[in-house]
Design a protein around this ligand. Structure first.
Ligand SMILES: [Zn+2]
Length: 342
């Protein structure tokens, strides 16, 4: 929050940032406050009573309020302590492959398309970000700073109204993307946590670390390269948020999330365990040994589920130890342990 940031970087008292400062910095936690929900107001020290519009009722005892400035105004999130109710939970187990073409593919064959709104928003975002960059560059030239040189230290730019408006537009698009993503992910993760006692995912941190050494696992699909950059980072964020939400929503229900080692989940035939990079061509999985065919992501999800069961049975190496015939280095890193959280 703002407190930590302030002490670390600037060593002063936290204060609310001024209009025009980067939105992301304007966030602060408050421990001392009182809520009068009946009258829809909240009191902060030195500020007094403020009216608020509640998105949902406060349950239990309010502990911390987080104040946050967004593109269209102030938001307060209140963390509460309450006795958890018994939540419904189904008995099923599932493996989920998180990917680009499909946001999530289940071992059952079900596939969840990525949020299309992202693609459009990213294009829109790029356009307005260029507009901001152009206006900043123009302001630089107007202030007598040579083109391409950064603003000198301590220089305070007096932003034009056009620059401010362009920055506000960019902030608004970011806000929209964040909200759409949160909505999409919450609906999906809630549904999955309700239906399952066990959910298995790949540990993507391991995958991104090993990707450079082993070569990209998705090499046949050119999508990964094309989607580098902004779109990619949005996807990555979505994958991480999805995992985090599943972790706590499963924990609420005494369910279990298992993160498995991602090695060869997409190359290994679920039917006969033959593992070869050529088994997978884009979206199609066709085993070179037994001829088994499946959707590539669904085959991976089945392997992820099997690896999750192996981890629970104490045989976490099962997937990693598979014989590999692609000539690539065999990875023998230990599989990440079982846990409720990641
Ligand atoms: Zn096979």
């Amino acid at each position: 929050g703002a407190f930590q940031r302030f002490f670390r970087k600037e060593g002063g008292y936290p204060k609310f940032k001024r209009r025009g400062d980067p939105i992301g910095l304007r966030e602060t936690d408050v421990k001392c406050f009182s809520v009068d929900a009946a009258n829809g107001r909240i009191r902060f020290p030195k500020v007094g009573w403020l009216r608020y519009r509640a998105s949902r009722p406060i349950e239990g005892r309010a502990i911390t309020a987080t104040l946050r400035a967004e593109a269209d105004g102030w938001y307060v999130s209140i963390a509460c302590a309450f006795e958890p109710k018994a939540l419904e939970r189904g008995p099923k187990a599932c493996g989920i492959d998180r990917g680009v073409a499909n946001f999530a593919a289940f071992d059952t064959g079900q596939r969840i398309a990525p949020l299309d709104a992202h693609k459009r928003a990213v294009q829109c975002l790029r356009r307005y970000q260029r507009a901001v960059a152009r206006k900043l560059e123009a302001a630089k030239v107007a202030a007598g700073i040579p083109k391409g040189k950064p603003f000198p230290k301590g220089f305070r730019l007096q932003p034009s109204n056009r620059l401010r408006k362009a920055q506000a537009r960019v902030a608004k698009i970011h806000q929209g993307i964040a909200r759409q993503r949160a909505d999409f992910l919450h609906k999906l993760s809630t549904q999955i946590a309700r239906e399952h006692a066990l959910v298995c995912l790949e540990d993507l941190r391991v995958r991104s670390m090993s990707a450079s050494a082993a070569g990209s696992q998705e090499a046949p699909g050119k999508r990964v390269r094309q989607k580098a950059g902004l779109n990619r980072s949005i996807l990555d964020q979505g994958w991480t948020m999805f995992k985090d939400q599943l972790a706590y929503k499963l924990e609420w229900r005494d369910g279990v999330l298992v993160l498995v080692h991602p090695a060869y989940t997409s190359q290994r035939c679920h039917a006969c365990a033959h593992t070869h990079a050529d088994n997978r061509k884009g979206e199609v999985f066709r085993c070179r040994s037994c001829g088994h065919t499946d959707h590539a992501d669904v085959n991976a999800a089945k392997n992820i589920l099997a690896a999750g069961h192996a981890v629970l049975a104490g045989d976490g190496q099962a997937l990693v130890e598979g014989e590999v015939q692609s000539g690539r280095p065999v990875k023998r890193e230990p599989t990440e342990g079982v846990g409720h959280a990641a």
